[in-house]
Design a binder for this molecule. Structure first.
Ligand SMILES: *Cc1c(COP(=O)(O)O)cnc(C)c1O
Length: 391
């Protein structure tokens, strides 16, 4: 059978195992209510936690940025693509996080593969939490480094894997786990890294904006700093509401990435207007504590009612509140039943999450009202009782 013939067969297999994925077409801006495949729905699956993706000031800045810089950056950062808007945003991000430097990447995926493959070689050991984002695993694979995964947040397992290793060790973890909502046990991991002279890298895509003082993320939440977590990655497409990503750390780290990170060097820089708009979203993210407070209120309310009703939520305290339903089929049926009732929550299935832990990944954002969350809860509680969902 040719390679192309075998494609249809494996696609059919995915369908029969409820693992086939479809794209929906969105024709509105992000927000609590969006238009999907022509239908208005109440959405609980965006990562636009603070509601900045459709903020009038950010939109105006993007437009102004396009007037100043045009649309495309025209080249990579090392050729002629590095604009004053990019430069200013890097400085603002570094200052905000209290680090020497920050470096923009075109996406979080590229930042992660760039950092790990620039810093690690064949004999180095990269230790990763089992639930880490795919881009972190791919980074270690691309580096050709020894990749070992440890059970989720399991400090003993992590220590066992470090013991006896002679080369350099990089420990990598999500700050807030993207499909789970839980926090990494950072103080313990940082202490262990120190004992064993390992370097700690944290990808805080879902922590920035939501937790920590003024949204400074998980490192700030645990009162750690550049000494404990020398490599910090954040993305701009989530709480910041724009696009792109950054790595923050020491002068030497950032200069090394500029010289060596292939996903930094061999790609076109972000449109400068996106960086220009992100300067405004950073200001809003920092100053608008009420957005974080509102999300926090929704989280507390959601958890209280969900627990009272016996829904299988995880113990997440963040904006990501998954309902762990188990089998893929059940997650799909529940997601479809909600959609029929005008609510969009995506079913997350293996391989994105471990087998047998398919879930509805519910996210709560500053754009949601309490009554919208109550509406979701009412439907979830009603559907969860119905036998069609349970069996
Ligand atoms: C979303 C995400 C990324 C990828 O960021 P993009 O900018 O979307 O490429 C990386 N790491 C984590 C933990 C994420 O959630």
């Amino acid at each position: 059978m040719s390679l192309i013939d075998s494609l249809s067969e494996s696609l059919e297999q995915k369908k029969s195992r409820n693992l086939y994925r479809h794209r929906r077409i969105v024709s509105s801006p992000q927000g609590a209510e969006i238009v999907v495949d022509g239908q208005p729905v109440l959405s609980f699956c965006s990562n636009d936690y603070l509601g900045l993706a459709n903020h009038p000031d950010v939109i105006a800045a993007l437009q102004e940025g396009a007037t100043i810089y045009g649309v495309g950056s025209g080249a990579s950062h090392l050729v002629t693509g590095h604009s004053s808007a990019h430069h200013e945003l890097e400085n603002a991000l570094a200052k905000w996080m209290g680090r020497e430097r920050a470096l923009l990447f075109s996406s979080g995926y590229m930042a992660n593969i760039g950092v790990i493959s620039a810093l690690c070689q064949r004999n180095d050991l990269v230790l990763q939490d089992r639930l880490n984002h795919a881009s972190l695993l791919d980074g270690a694979r691309l580096a050709g480094a020894q990749l070992k995964r440890y059970a989720h947040n399991d400090i003993e397992a992590l220590e066992q894997r470090i013991a006896g290793c002679s080369g350099s060790v990089l420990i990598v973890t999500d700050g807030v786990f993207s499909m789970d909502g839980g926090l990494a046990s950072l103080p313990e991991i940082a202490a262990l890294a120190k004992t064993h002279d390992a370097i700690l890298m944290v990808d805080d895509a879902h922590g920035f904006g939501v937790i920590g003082q003024q949204g400074r993320g998980v490192v700030d939440h645990f009162k750690l700093n550049n000494n404990n977590v020398p490599i910090l990655v954040g993305t701009l497409g989530k709480s910041f509401g724009t696009f792109g990503a950054f790595v923050a750390g020491s002068e030497a780290l950032i200069e090394t990435l500029i010289q060596q990170a292939r996903s930094y060097i061999y790609t076109t820089a972000l449109p400068p207007a996106v960086a220009y708009a992100t300067l405004v979203s950073l200001e809003l993210l920092e100053s608008d504590d009420w957005r974080r407070d509102h999300v926090q209120m929704l989280i507390t309310h959601f958890r209280q009612r969900a627990l009272d009703a016996g829904l299988p939520i995880s113990d997440s305290q963040t904006a990501i509140q998954p309902l762990i339903v188990g089998e893929s089929k059940r997650a799909v049926v529940l997601s479809e039943a909600l959609l029929k009732r005008g609510i969009l929550v995506s079913a997350i299935r293996p391989p994105t999450v471990p087998k047998g832990t398919a879930r509805l990944r519910i996210t709560l954002c500053a754009t949601h009202t309490k009554s919208q969350v109550d509406h979701l809860l009412n439907l979830l509680i009603e559907l969860w009782k119905s036998t069609a969902i349970r069996t």
